[in-house]
Design a protein around this ligand. Sequence first.
Ligand code: R5P
Length: 296
Amino acid sequence: MTAPLLFHVAGSEPLARNLAILTGAEFGRLERRRFPDGETYLRVLTPVAGRPALLFCTLDRPDEKILPLLFAARTVRDLKATSVGLVCPYLAYMRQDRRFRPGEAVSSRYFAEILSDRIDWLVTVDPHLHRLGSLSDIYAVPATAVHAAPFIADWIRRHVDRPLLVGPDEESAQWAATVAQDVESPHIVLRKIRHGDRDIEVSVPNLDTWRGHTPVLVDDIAATGQTLIETVGHLLTAGLKPPVCIAVHGIFASSAYRALQAAGAARVVTTNTVPHESNTIDVAPLLADAVRAMLD
Ligand code: R5P
């Protein structure tokens, strides 16, 4: 098979380059800049005709990235790439998956429609699937979700003494339970009531049994950080050790990361799906396996 060309559109360039090496892809060159009026200029510099194109684009802060990504996808198709695959370490717009209040946009579905029109397949890491059963519920193209849980479990085994896995809400139960099983540790799942974007209430059961353990909070996303901050506060008040906080995707809006540290987290750990100083766990091997399977 002709070697694919991987184009870095957005996200961690070291991760993109490593992925190119692991998948036997050549690193393609894109020129991108803004016109003075703010519009996007994009040019594909590496000839792509007759070769599969891989677009690497992580979609935190998605609104500024989506148009360059769509232009890149359209351009490589125009230039006769044999296929257009999207490697999207963090896939945005997965949480507004239904109309919670009259008149709301069901953005998960609309976003999936826009992307599905422009790509042939998609690989991502732990998308927020809660009410949706799988990516194929909304994506019309083949889509693979790889799971960071085994890598998170491995990190916990090597760094945390007597862990107690804590899922801050029922949506995180899937991650907390899987990781706990892998680490062979107990786990609990708390209840969260969300009153607003930054207004969260977490209810915590009696935790006396777990005083000798190190709580390890596991969630898929840290955005405002409020879910983790609120939970850390409750666990400390209950007399537990300072918790380790692990999120697959560390988005950390504005000062969320510092606020989480200030709330008393012993350590904050994320994967490198979204570039951030807390990145500790490398998902490149996971992505590479899934990309190779798509190319095959
Ligand atoms: C919720 O449904 C997710 O699993 C995360 O708990 C949530 O996205 C975290 O958001 P934040 O950091 O803003 O509390």
